[in-house]
Structure formats: structure tokens, C-alpha cells
Design a binder for this molecule. Structure first.
Ligand code: 7TS
Length: 404
């Protein structure tokens, strides 16, 4: 059996999504900006997709949703353009973000720091969450932007976006949220929370790779990242990715219809897996409480078991998991989110992220429980840092920890 539990890195494109995209590669291939029939033939499908995405996040007609190539682009766009608009051409000099953002935010912030922008990286609490009062205490009259993710990709922890939005509104500071791990997974309603900008990405909710978006409240001004032709009203140039946009529309509609049922079904499987692993494997913990976590995610730490070794073993059983984000998992560094929540260095090397999807089956969960447990037993038996099972006088066994 092959089991894919790395859905926070990317998801399978739903075959129903692929089906609606297919005609837009070859049958209807014209450039939508062309005035001939080849071009205009795609307009009804594009309009439908736009409507589907507006409905998916409950955007209002006054808002803009601009399609981009991915959330990395959307994140770069907001940060760099706020720098241009409010710092280079304004009187601000400060951006507030968190220590646990995705690298597309953190690396862009490092770049802006090199350009002289002051960046505050807020810490998270022991649940891996940034608290709203912390955000409030770091906003000054020089703050141009607050950028805080809606849900964390490694832990699944959901941040207090509603409260942070209110604080930013009250203080008159722009608020951006990286909604990549929230959109399509939990209800996201941009009219019930105050966000100026929100990034999202189709391939995280069973849409195609290579298409994402930026939600812009009240269609407010934001210098373009990509200058060029008059695509997207000049807000984001480049020939439209017609099939991709059709795909993101279909994908968000599928992800958000009967969402409560979908959430309940995924959560039941996630909780069963989490309960089983915690019950069978001693010295193990999961980051963050379940109520405040996206329903598909588990970041589990197993003392004595290096994350990379575990991935290798799981891979032999054809189980795909992750030690944290795939974007950072080529280097063998400790999990930065676990370090940020205060885990010691040994534990921060042991985090395994299991992320389910609506396609995960109960049989797959059963398979993972068995093979995950076996892999832990094997790796602990050869671990230099974890207790070997010591025979006692009575012939029973007990576990003890070796300290170096
Ligand atoms: N923001 C968050 C919170 C993410 O999780 C990711 C991808 C991105 C932005 C980038 O999205 P993209 O559309 O540019 O691909 N996250 C991960 C991950 O957790 N493992 O691999 C990719």
C-alpha cells in the first residue's frame, strides 16, 4: 500500500478538477486578452472560476482577487510592494511578522532587512501560536504592515486572525495573512475577519500547481510586482494561466462545499491516528491542542528518533511524510518551529509531520499505525541517545534514558 501523508506540502489534483481544466490546454487555447473568438472563448470559464473563488472565501464585489503563480509570489508581492508604497514612498519603516512564517515570508523579510527595513519577528507560545496581545505590543506609529499566517504549515496551529485583524484596523496598520494552510481546509470568510491582503495557493486544496491568488480588500492600491501588459487590470501582468484559473475555481468549490462534513471526516481519521500513536509509543508528544489545529495535521515528536531516519523508514513502507516543510527539508537542521515553541535541540530533530487529506482512507490510517510503530521500535533500538530496553532482575523490562 502507498500512503501519502504530506498534504501540507502539496495535494493530489482532484481528478474532477483535472477534467474541467483539460479543454483549456488545447481546445480553448486563445489568449483571453485577444479580442478574437479564440481568445474570448475562455471568458465564460474564467468568469465562473472568479465567482467560485469569491464564493470560496466570501469576498465582496468591492474586493479584488488577483491570480498569481503561487503563494510565494503573493507573499513576495505584498511585502515588497508595501515596502515601496509605505516605506520608500511613505513615512513608515517597520514590518511585524512571526518567527514561524513560511520561508516565502521570512526570506523576503530578510531581504527587506538588508534594504534597511526594521522587521520584528514575533515569538510563539508553547502551543506554537502567536498571541494577539503580542502583536499589539509591537505595533508602533512606524509600522507599515503586520503579516501573520492564518494557520501554520508545520503544526497546523490556527492563529487568532480575527483578533489580530481588529488590532490592525484599530491601529490603522495594513494586515496581511498567509492563508495557504487555511483556505480549503477550514472556513475562511474575509468579510467576518478584517484582513487587507490574503495569500492562497490551489495545490494545497486539490487544485493544480502553479496557480495561487492574492485577496485585496476594497481593491486597495498595491504597486504591482510584475509590470507588463494590462492583464488583471494591470495589477499582475503575464498571460493568464487559463487552465490553472479554471482549476483553482473548481478546486475551491469542491473543498468548501459541505465543508463541515469534510472537516469532521478528516478530523476523525487524524484523531484516530494521533490517539493510536500516542498510546502505543512512549515518550512521544504532539505539538498543539487539537481544537485549535487544522483538522488534517499532526506534528509528532518521538524522543530518540531522528526525523530524517524516520522518514527513510517510512519511505521504505511507501509512506510519504515530512520532517517539517518540504521547502526546508533538504537540510538536516532542527525543526525551526519546534525550536520556536521551546523544544530542546534533541526534540527539535525528531518532529515528523503527518498531514492527511479528504482522500486519506481508514485502511491507510491502519497501515500507517502499524508501520510507524515498527519504524520507531527499530530506530529506537539502534539509537545512541534513547534508552535501550533494560532487562530487570525480575525478567521484566523497563525503559530508561541515557544522558550524554
Ligand atoms: N505559505 C505557507 C504557509 C505554505 O505552507 C507554503 C507551502 C507556501 C506559503 C508556499 O506556497 P506555494 O504556492 O508558493 O507553493 N508550504 C510547504 C510545506 O509546508 N511543505 O512544502 C511546501
Amino acid at each position: 500500500m502507498k500512503v501519502y501523508l504530506d498534504n501540507n506540502a502539496t495535494t493530489m489534483c482532484d481528478p474532477k478538477v483535472v477534467e474541467v481544466m483539460l479543454p483549456y490546454f488545447s481546445d480553448v487555447f486563445g489568449n483571453p486578452n485577444s479580442i478574437h473568438k479564440f481568445g474570448t472563448a475562455s471568458h465564460p470559464a474564467l468568469q465562473k472560476a472568479v465567482n467560485q473563488v469569491y464564493a470560496g472565501i466570501n469576498a465582496s464585489d468591492d474586493d479584488d482577487i488577483i491570480f498569481t503563480s503561487c503563494a510565494t509570489e503573493s507573499n513576495n508581492w505584498v511585502l515588497k510592494s508595501v515596502w515601496v508604497d509605505k516605506i520608500l514612498n511613505g513615512d513608515k519603516n517597520h514590518i511585524v511578522t512571526t518567527e514561524v512564517e513560511h520561508p516565502s515570508i521570512l526570506s523576503t523579510c530578510k531581504f527587506l532587512e538588508d534594504q534597511g527595513v526594521k522587521i520584528t519577528y514575533l515569538p510563539v507560545n508553547d502551543q506554537g501560536v502567536v498571541e494577539a496581545h503580542t502583536v499589539k505590543s509591537f505595533i508602533t506609529d512606524k509600522t507599515a504592515l503586520v503579516s501573520v499566517m492564518w494557520a501554520n504549515n508545520e503544526t497546523g496551529m490556527i492563529f487568532p486572525i480575527e483578533e489580530i485583524g481588529e488590532i490592525c484596523k484599530e491601529k490603522g496598520v495594513l494586515f496581511h495573512t498567509d492563508g495557504v494552510q487555511a483556505v480549503g481546509k477550514i472556513p475562511v470568510d474575509v468579510q467576518s475577519v478584517h484582513v487587507d491582503f490574503m495569500s492562497f495557493s490551489a495545490h494545497k486544496f486539490h487544485g493544480p500547481k502553479g496557480v495561487g491568488g492574492l485577496y485585496i480588500k476594497n481593491s486597495q492600491a498595491l504597486t504591482p510586482l510584475l509590470h507588463g501588459g494590462e492583464h488583471m487590470g494591470g495589477r499582475r501582468s503575464g498571460t493568464l494561466n487559463v487552465a490553472g484559473i479554471v482549476g483553482i475555481g473548481a478546486a475551491i468549490e469542491l473543498a468548501t462545499e459541505n465543508m463541515e462534513e469534510k472537516i469532521a471526516a478528516i478530523k476523525a481519521k487524524r484523531d484516530r491516528l494521533e490517539d493510536a500513536l500516542l498510546e502505543v509509543i512512549p515518550d512521544t508528544f504532539v505539538v498543539g491542542n487539537r481544537e485549535n489545529r487544522t483538522p488534517n495535521t499532526i506534528l509528532i515528536s518521538i524522543r530518540g528518533v531522528e526525523g530524517e531516519g524516520m522518514l527513510w523508514d517510512l519511505n521504505k513502507f511507501e509512506i510519504g511524510a515530512s520532517t517539517g516543510s518540504a521547502c526546508a527539508s533538504e537540510d538536516l537542521e532542527a525543526n525551526t518551529v519546534m525550536l520556536a515553541i521551546g523544544a530542546d535541540h534533541e526534540l527539535a530533530h525528531t518532529g515528523i509531520r503527518l498531514s492527511l487529506s479528504r482522500f486519506t482512507t481508514d485502511a491507510e490510517i491502519d497501515y500507517v499505525i502499524v508501520h510507524f510503530t515498527q519504524a520507531v521500535e527499530r530506530l529506537r533500538a539502534i539509537s545512541s541517545s534513547y534508552a535501550k530496553v533494560q532487562p530487570t532482575l525480575g525478567g521484566e523490562t523497563q525503559e530508561c534514558e541515557l544522558h550524554h
